[in-house]
Design a protein around this ligand. Structure first.
Ligand code: AMP
Length: 271
């Protein structure tokens, strides 16, 4: 497995290779590994990037304390049979006074984009840079970050990029908590309370299976499960992130964001 930090070196190394690409911010877990395994299975060559992208963090967020576990990450990638790791520094990726990428004004500024204004500008900026460096044929993204996945698909379409975006299922712990690099911030008590996110979504799933379709009613019943944590949003949208009044089977995403102690968590289910 090659570990490369310089853009030109990686470009040269990947020339004429058909690449599957998994962009990450490191502190890898089974969720990331599921994307890696899929890429390794579906592509002759797999590149994983590990880069904590500063432009997607807002002032006062956890950029400085974002978990770093590079030795363990390299081991996981090696075991996952990754071919190359891209491990750049901030200076390898960014220069002074760069042009700005803007997320679309509506879909980039609702939900996660409303809680974290400008977050998706930074996400799209770095993902476009990474796509231009790695030039993958396929890129793998988790449904855990549903709005990010939607906006990346839109960027690929709007900018005519020849990249297939592969959505990957959410990987959870046995008790239902969606895996996240940020889960390590949680104390045991907070982790217990954090289960409310997945429990609320499970309740939504059950209500829908039982025939309920009214989004407002489902939301009210699910918010009861979330009483012990600080909910930022609980919303029901279609696959294009338009608000839904009525559940549409095979076209509904239910998303929740909440703070547990000082840790911000997100989760969702696709109906
Ligand atoms: P991150 O390192 O948090 O930027 O995540 C890198 C990629 O892994 C993104 O496409 C995430 O959506 C995906 N990912 C993170 N957590 C999970 C999970 N629990 N299940 C599936 N994919 C995930």
């Amino acid at each position: 497995m090659e570990v490369i930090s310089k853009v030109e070196e990686l470009k040269k190394y990947l020339k004429n290779k058909k690449v599957g690409f998994v962009p990450t911010m490191g502190a890898l877990h089974e969720g990331h590994l599921s994307l890696i395994k899929r890429s390794v299975k579906e592509n002759p060559f797999t590149v994983v990037s590990i880069f904590v992208n500063p432009t997607q963090f807002l002032e006062g967020e956890d950029l400085d304390k974002y978990p770093k576990k590079i030795e363990a990450d390299l081991k996981i990638c090696e075991l996952g049979e990754v071919d190359a790791i891209f491990l750049p520094t901030i200076n390898d990726i960014y220069s002074e006074n760069e042009l700005i990428i803007k997320a679309p004004t509506i879909k980039g500024y609702i939900l996660e984009g409303a809680s974290r204004p400008g977050h998706f500008d930074g996400v799209l900026q770095v993902v476009l840079k990474l796509f231009n460096i790695v030039k993958p044929s396929k890129a793998y993204f988790g449904k855990k970050d549903a709005q990010q996945l939607y906006l990346i698909k839109q960027m690929v379409k709007d900018l005519f990029l020849d990249i297939e975006i592969i959505p990957c299922n959410i990987i959870r712990d046995g008790d239902g908590l969606a895996l996240s690099s940020r889960n390590i911030y949680l104390t045991p008590q907070e982790r217990n309370r954090a289960l409310s996110l997945s429990k609320s979504l499970k309740r939504a799933g059950k209500l829908i299976s039982a025939g309920k379709r009214d989004a407002k009613e489902i939301k009210e019943l699910c918010l009861e499960v979330l009483k012990n944590i600080e909910v930022e949003y609980f919303e029901i949208v279609d696959y294009d992130f338009n608000t839904l009044d009525t559940i549409e089977i095979n076209n509904t995403i239910i998303l929740v964001a909440a703070k547990v102690g000082t840790t911000r968590l997100i989760d969702n289910i696709w109906i």
